[in-house]
Design a binder for this molecule. Sequence first.
Ligand code: H53
Length: 791
Amino acid sequence: MQTQDLRDAVLRHLTYSLGKDPAHAQTNDWRLALSFAVRERIVDPWFASTRATYGGKHKRVYYLSMEFLIGRLLEDAVVNLGLMDAADEVMSGFGQNLHNVLSDEPDAALGNGGLGRLAACFLESLSTIGCPAYGYGIRYEHGLFKQSFRDGRQMESPEDWLLRRNAWGFPRPEASFRIGFNGRVAERDGKPVWEPSEAVLASAHDTPIIGWQGRWANTLRLWEAKPVDIFDLDRFNRGEFAAAAEAEASARTISRVLYPDDTTYQGKRLRLQQEYFFTAASLRDIVRRFDSEYDDPAWLPQKVAIQLNDTHPAIAGPELVRILHDEKGMEIDRAIETARATLNYTNHTLLPEALEKWSEELMSDLLPRHMTLIQRIDEHHAQEKPNRKVRLIENGDVKMGELSFVMANRVNGVSALHTELMKQTVFEDLHAQYPDKIVNQTNGVTPRRWLLSANPRLSNLIAGEIGMDWVDDLEQLARLEPLAEDSAFRKAYRDAKRANKAELSQWFRDTHDVALDPDAMFDVQIKRIHEYKRQHLNILEAIALWQEIRDNPNGDWTPRVKIFGGKAAPGYVFAKEIIYLINSVAKVLNADPVTSKFLKVVYPPNYNVTLAEKLIPAAELSQQISTAGKEASGTGNMKFALNGALTIGTLDGANVEIRELVGADNFFLFGMTASEVVERRKVHEHAAKAIAADPRLARALDEIRAGTFSDGDGERFRSITDNVSGHDYFLVSSDFTDFWRASREVDRAYRDSTSWTRMAVLNTARSGWFSSDRTIRGYMGDIWGASAVPA
Ligand code: H53
C-alpha cells in the first residue's frame, strides 16, 4: 500500500509539479518528484508538531547558527520515514536506480566544518526527541566553495546548490522583516531611538526537519536578503542600467556567500552585516511568535530558550535588550536581565584567532545603538561585579566572547577537556565571577545519518543481533559487547567492513582512476586543513615510512592506504602549502613500483558531507592527531569510532572521552598532553632538539628539502620545513617520535585481524554515548529547561 501510494505521488509530482512526461524525465526530475512525494509525508507531522507546541504552550528552543552543514536531505527523510524499501521499489519500477537518484541531490554545504555539521545533527536530534525547536540561519546562495586540485594545488570555485530547484525549502515571503543598518541614534520623548539609514529585507525559507520514524518535525528557517525597494525605475529610465540595480545587488550581497574561514575571523564589515542580519531577523521572528501567545515580555525566559552557536550571533544580546527596552519600554536593567535569562552561549574554541573582536569604530558605524547598549551592558556588569578585571571593550575592540558570556544564562564547552580549559584560560576571570555559568555538553552525532544510512551493512548486522532500538537509543549498542568474543559475529563484522572498503576502492577507481587494495589498512584523516590539526605530522610520518620501506623492500610491512580529505580557507597560505605537499608526496609514493604495494596516499578533492558518508564506513584507522588543547571536541572522531575505526590520537577534545569509553586498550594514544604542550613550548629550540633526537624525522625533512617531491626544487616547501624545524608552535617535531611509535603499534595490531576486529567491535559497542540525542537531552535539562512533547 505504502509503495503504491508513493508511486502515485511520484508520478503525480513528476507530471503536475514538474511538468515532465515520464518518457523524457531525467535523473534530476525523478529526484525532485521523489523529494516532493516524500516531503508531502512530512507536512502533516510538521503541522501536528507546531499545533502541539502552541496547544500545550510549550517552551521553544531557538538555535541561532551562521552555519548548518546539512548535506543531502532526501535520504535522511526517506530513512526517518521508513520509506527506504518502498522508494527502492518505486524507483526500480520507473527504471531508475534509487542510489543514483539520491546521489543526484546537491550537497547543501551551508557551513565550513564541525560547528556547522553539529548544528545539523542537533536539528535532527531535536526532531527525533520531539523538542519544539527552530534552527535559524542564512540561506547562502553559494555555500562553501568547491575544491579542485591543479598540479597538486587547491583551486576554489563557487558552489551552486541553488542552481537546480531546491526541493526542501518553502519560501515564506510573507514572513519578512526590515533589517536596518548604519544611521544614528536620535532621542524621542527623552528616549533613544535608532534611525537606520539603510535597510534590507530578511525573507524566510522554511525546511522541515523530520525526526526518526516521522514522529515530530521542527523547522530550519533560513533568511534570504532582499532589497527593500526592488528597482530604481527613474535611474533605469535615464539609461543608468547598472546603477538602477545597485541597491538590489548590494542588499543581496548579504546572503550571497558563506565566509570560508573555519575557526578564524577576518573582521570584515560584510561578515558583521551577515551576523546582525540573521540574528536580528531571527529575534524579530521569535518575539513576534512569543507576542502572539503572551502579553508580558517578562515571561520570555520561561517560554523561550535561545542558543548562540559560537559568538557569530553574539549581537543577539544587545539586540534583544534593544527590543525589550527601546521598543517595548522595559526598564533597561530589567531588559538586560530578561535577555540574559533567555540567551545561552556555546563556545567552540579556545584559539585566539577564532574569538571574534569587532572594532568599536565599525560597530558604532554599522550598529550605533548596539554600541551604546554594549557600553550599558558593560556598566551593568561593572555594578554587578565591582572588583572585576574583565571589560567588554578593550583597545578599541568589542570582545564578542566576553559579551556572549556576560549576556548568557549558561555558557557551555563542547567536551570535558575543552570545558575545563575554558575555565582555566579564556574565561578564567569571568568564571571566577560567575562560577555556576559554565557547563559542559560533549558533542554528539546523529546515528540515523552516521550509522543507519551511511553504513547499511553494519546497521543490518547490528539489527540482526539486537533489533532496531539502538537507532534512537544508541547506548543499546552496548548489547553487542559480548559478541566481540564471538568469532562468527567478528567474521560478519569484518566482512561488512571489507565490503565497504571494496565499494570505496571501486569508487576511487571509477572517479579518480587510482587502484586501492581493499586488503590494505584504510587510514583516514578528513577535516579542515589547519596547522593545529597537523595533517603535516601525518604526511611526515608517511615520508619516513616510505624511506624505511625503500631501505628494506622485503620487510614484513603492513599495507596501508592513507586517505586525506579537507579544504583550506582560501586565504590560509600555510594550510594550502600542506595540501600541496600531501599531493606532491602522493604523486611520488604512488608511482614507486617498490613501495606502492605497501603504502599509498590518496587525496580526493572537495571533501564534504557526502564524501564523509562514503569514507567513514570504510575507514579502519581514524587520525585524530591535533596538538593537545587545540581541538575543542571533534565530531568526526565519534563517527569513526561508531563505525568501527580505531583511533590514533592525542589526548585532545573528545578523544579523551572516546578513549575512556572504548577503553585504553582499544585506542592508540600518543603525544603530549595539553599541559605538557604548554611546558614544551618553553623549551629553547624544542623543534631542533626533537629533530636532533630522531634521525627518522631529520631524514624525512631532508627528503623534502632535497626536492624529492618538488622536481628537484629544494625551496618549494621551505615554509613547511622551516616552520616544523623552527618555531613549530603546534609541536609537530616534538610529537613526531611518539606518533611514529604509535603508528608502528597500529601496524602490528592490524596484522592480528582477530584482535583488531575485537577492538573495532568494542569501539562500536561502546560509542553509544556519542549520540547527539544524548547531547541534546543534556542541553534540554541543563541549559534550556525544555521538555519533549509527548507524541
Ligand atoms: O566546532 C566543532 C568542534 C571542533 C571545532 C569546531 C569549530 C568550527 O567548526 C568553527 C568555529 C569554531 O570556533 C569551532 O573546531 O573541535 O568539534 C563543534 O563543536
